[in-house]
Design a binder for this molecule. Structure first.
Ligand code: PMP
Length: 364
């Protein structure tokens, strides 16, 4: 056999990422509740701006994303020079890990933290340390204790996907205070807008308070723009400099940038989406609890339903699929007894409740 090119060994330990399903064989009306996309899609202005920008697609985009960074900075009160835009926040997460991690280093995350940290860590060759949680809540003391001399990165999704767990600002500060100054803390605030608790902070203050904290954000959730692939990071100047060195020259496409700027100009859309999410996250959680299903407290635009056993979760999934409802199995996160269900429209939430009322009874 002739030799074939081989990747670094850790690459083959990565399972390709499979996104939430969007089709079911033989079912016409699908309700996709598997990827935490905003219930209402993008603001109308964002659609229009994207279409207009697409007409100019023979031109390269502004490689510095200047107008978008300024719009983000204005909206959130942040320094645009320290905002870096990416092809989804996933891209920025990957670049942070490749830049600060690598062979011989360690990356610390909580046991059920967002899967991208694990994938990116392995891609970079890091040893990924998953720290046990307490009832699906990240354990700050255990995370600090897991940090060793080889640790270069600590990741915290706040709120976390798929658990919905949120750490209060005081706990995040305690985590940061417990880290050596040369360890980068990445606060992934993809779901920040959905949080209703008032002891929350997405992380910008911590970014400004030192040099070892980065916050990542996305247009994929509250702005309903997952298909546009648009995310951003807010970083201390030295980290922003690193990201600017490693990102692709034109890593954000022009239609996505135009849509992002337009979306930021429609705060009423966001307010309505948040109000809807708060109402229906509560109502759906209560409905499921009424059926005897454990629902973890969530600060995101999804809930994690715990059916007790993998068989019961499978039965619930089947009952939903029969009605075209696609939830997200989270066995890959070590939660085979759970399903993650995105908060959809009022009608869609009603359909989930009905399907589980029927299906869950049958599973018993
Ligand atoms: N972080 C978290 C916690 C997420 O759940 C997601 C989306 N699944 C992302 C980041 C990635 O978002 P984006 O679409 O911006 O790459």
């Amino acid at each position: 056999m002739p030799a074939t090119p081989q990747p670094r060994p850790t690459i083959l330990s990565i399972e390709p990422y499979v996104g939430g399903e969007s089709k079911l064989p033989g079912v016409n009306r699908i309700v996709k509740l598997s990827s935490n996309e905003g219930a209402f899609g993008p603001p109308p202005g964002a659609r229009a701006a994207m279409a207009e920008a697409a007409a100019e697609m023979h031109r390269y985009p502004d490689g510095s994303a200047t107008a978008l960074r300024e719009a983000i900075g204005k909206r959130f009160g942040l320094d645009p020079a320290r905002i870096i835009c990416g092809n989804g926040s996933d891209e920025l997460i990957g670049q942070l890990v490749l830049s600060y991690g690598g062979e011989g280093t360690e990356l610390v995350m909580s046991a059920h933290g967002f899967i991208m940290y694990d994938l990116a860590g392995r891609y970079a060759g890091c040893r990924v340390i998953k720290v046990p949680e307490r009832d699906l809540q990240p354990d700050v003391d255990a995370m600090i204790a897991a940090v060793g001399p080889r640790t270069r990165l600590v990741f915290l999704a706040n709120p976390n996907n798929p658990t919905g767990a949120m750490l209060p600002a005081s706990e995040v500060e305690r985590l940061r205070a417990g880290l050596p100054a040369d360890v980068l803390l990445v606060l992934d605030a993809a779901y920040a807008e959905y949080v209703t608790r008032d002891d929350y902070d997405a992380g910008a203050k911590l970014v400004d308070a030192g040099t070892n904290t980065v916050m990542t954000r996305t247009f994929s959730k509250i702005f309903g723009m997952g298909g546009a692939r648009l995310g951003w990071a807010y970083a201390p100047a030295p980290v922003a400099d690193v990201l600017n060195r490693v990102r692709g020259p034109f890593n954000v496409n022009a239609p996505a940038m135009a849509a992002g700027i337009a979306a930021l100009a429609e705060p009423a859309w966001v307010e309505r989406s948040v109000a809807h999410n708060t109402e229906w996250r509560g109502r759906l959680s209560e409905t499921l609890r009424g059926l005897g299903i454990k629902v973890h407290p969530s600060e995101g635009n999804f809930i994690l339903a715990d059916f007790g056993t993998p068989a019961r979760a499978k039965a619930a999934d089947a009952a939903m699929r029969q009605r075209g409802l696609i939830a997200r199995a989270v066995a890959g996160y070590g939660l085979p007894h759970c399903l993650r269900i995105t908060i959809g429209t009022a009608e869609e939430c009603g359909m989930v409740g009905d399907a589980l009322a029927a299906g869950f009874a049958r599973a018993d």
